[in-house]
Ligand binder design. Structure first.
Ligand code: FAD
Ligand code: NAI
Length: 474
């Protein structure tokens, strides 16, 4: 057995690889093990976890291609650009996506070399506590470490009795890896994956129907935004049916047949060529031997941690999708940095109140902080500034004026409590709100800042002015 590492990270996704890099930067001898089946050209597991291999990055690559396709098919003509109706070569689209994934995942191996993180290919599992050290098996090897970070992430939740074959019944992996456009695509779950992947395949020509159990569409978002999104998605042709109860699902080699009750309790049937199941994700804690060493899990299998990602065991931490909180790559990375800095005796911190959310549909949806319904439920007095992109010159010039910016600020102190954007480039615009909230800014602070003209960010500026009932362009 080799020398003990200061830090061993189990799992090389955004939570794990970032924690490993930061720990190494702070002078800890650090190793990171990873056991996924996505092999790099050397036959080793690729780093980057769900996010880089089968999540954020490949989905955004397909969203980009399909958006260009739709623009060429439907928007070019209105701007005087005449092209023959476009056709899509799905294998080429998929190949480009795979190139992006390969580039980024191998880039992380480069970052490990640069920062002197030891990469250990293999599955990590706790073995024992020996002389204040953790013994962890990685594949067939035994590794000793002073501190261990569990960053094992999550996997797709599947429907009982409906096996995912990633040919007819797909989870996120199959949804990102199809060779052709299905004529009819059914999706169960109108959450983030359902909306993003539904958008990709609809733009490329599929007839997409999404079945959602909850009566409200996008219940996690501000309901003003959710209503606007429902209207716009319906106009695009996404058929979203809420309040359903899924019954029998029959799968054949040609497709699926789904029995369900609609929101009025009426029995319905949906036939489709393929089905995406996107009903949430579950933590990867099986196979860690958590029980063997007494690592506490909650009732749903998440590793129990405090606000600083400490578990119940000495020197054992956990980050990202495997712990409470939103399953977002940037949240996992923030936690990874926090842990490394806390280990080094620094003031590591993660502000869970300013984690932004983005849904990369068209228009994009992004928010940070409280929704209006949360403020009402909490009895907090607030004021609202809401500006449609129709009043924004840049949005009109881009031919993309749908949606709005909605700012919520304290009626008492003017402090910004939440910002909700639906519109073009919302994913980028939300950063200004995150910065303002992180600095405990007021709507007046944003209102007094000079914003470049003409930019979409002027809508954020106007929303801040509107909190004080003095917008200039609306
Ligand atoms: P993971 O990325 O899941 O990484 C965990 C890693 O640990 C995996 O590689 C796994 O193989 C490895 N592992 C597990 N157990 C062991 C073990 N015992 N030994 C060794 N290795 C192990 N988030 C966003 O913020 N923005 C997005 O746009 C976005 N898009 C997404 C799109 C899709 C389709 C999906 C599925 C997810 C998306 N997410 C997005 C969520 C994001 O991918 C996750 O929140 C993020 O990857 C979590 O990082 P993590 O490090 O906690 O876990
Ligand atoms: P989700 O939690 O976003 O949505 C799941 C949806 O399925 C919910 O609306 C839920 O009500 C519904 N549902 C659950 N069981 C159902 C059933 N039996 N029948 C019908 N509907 C049912 O989960 P999703 O879309 O699988 O994504 C997983 C996670 O991955 C997200 O929570 C998010 O954290 C992350 N992600 C983030 C993205 C981003 O940041 N842009 C993109 C994609 C995923």
């Amino acid at each position: 057995m080799s020398q003990p590492f200061d830090v061993l990270v189990i799992g090389g996704g955004p939570g794990g690889y970032v924690a490993a890099i930061r720990a190494a930067q702070l002078g800890f001898s650090t190793a990171c093990c990873e056991s996924n089946p996505y092999a790099d050209p050397k036959g080793e597991p690729r780093l980057g976890g769900t996010c880089l291999n089968v999540g954020c990055i490949p989905s955004k690559a397909l969203l980009h291609t399909s958006h260009l396709f739709e623009e060429a098919a439907h928007s070019f003509a209105g701007q005087g650009i005449k092209v023959a109706p476009p056709t899509i070569d799905v294998p080429v689209m998929k190949g480009r996506k795979d190139t992006v994934v390969n580039q980024l995942t191998s880039g992380i191996k480069g970052l490990f070399r640069k920062n002197k993180v030891t990469f250990l290919p293999g599955h990590g599992a706790f073995a024992a506590r020996e002389n204040d050290l953790w013994k962890v098996t990685v594949g067939t090897e035994e590794i000793l470490a002073k501190q261990v970070i569990v960053a094992t992430g999550s996997k797709a939740r599947h429907l009982q009795n409906v096996p995912v074959d990633n040919k007819i019944v797909l989870d996120n992996e199959g949804a990102l890896d199809q060779e052709s456009v299905p004529e009819k695509l059914a999706i169960i779950g109108a959450g983030v994956i359902g909306l993003e992947m539904g958008s990709v395949w609809r733009r490329l020509g599929s007839e997409v129907t999404i079945l959602e159990a909850m009566p409200d569409f996008l219940a996690v978002a501000d309901q003003d935004v959710a209503k606007e999104a429902a209207k716009l998605f319906a106009k695009q042709g996404l058929d979203i049916r809420t309040g359903v109860t899924i019954g029998d699902i029959k799968v054949s080699k040609n497709g699926v047949s789904i029995d369900y009750d609609d929101k009025d309790g009426q029995a319905q049937k949906l036939d489709a060529d393929r089905l995406i199941v996107s009903i949430g994700r579950i933590p990867n804690t099986d196979g860690l031997n958590a029980g063997g060493v007494g690592l506490k899990l909650d009732a749903r299998g998440f590793v129990e941690v405090d606000g600083h990602c400490k578990t119940n065991l000495p020197g054992v931490w956990a980050v990202g999708d495997v712990v409470r909180g939103p399953m977002l790559a940037h949240k996992a990375m923030e936690e990874g940095v926090m842990i490394a800095e806390l280990m080094a005796g620094q003031a590591g911190h993660c502000n869970f109140d300013t984690i932004p959310w983005v849904i990369y549909t068209a228009p994009e949806i992004a928010w940070v902080g409280k929704t209006e319904q949360q403020l009402k439920a909490d009895g907090i007095a607030y004021k609202v500034g809401k500006i449609p992109f129709l009043a924004n010159g840049r949005a009109l010039g881009m031919g993309d004026p749908s949606g709005f910016v909605k700012m919520l600020a304290s009626a008492e102190t003017d402090r910004i409590l939440g910002v909700h954007i639906i519109g073009a480039n919302a994913s980028e615009l939300i950063s200004e709100a995150v910065v303002a909230m992180e600095f405990a800014g007021a709507s007046e602070d944003l209102a007094r800042i000079c914003h470049a003209h003409p930019t979409l960010s002027e809508a954020v500026h106007e929303a801040a002015l509107a909190c004080d009932k003095r917008p200039l362009h609306f």
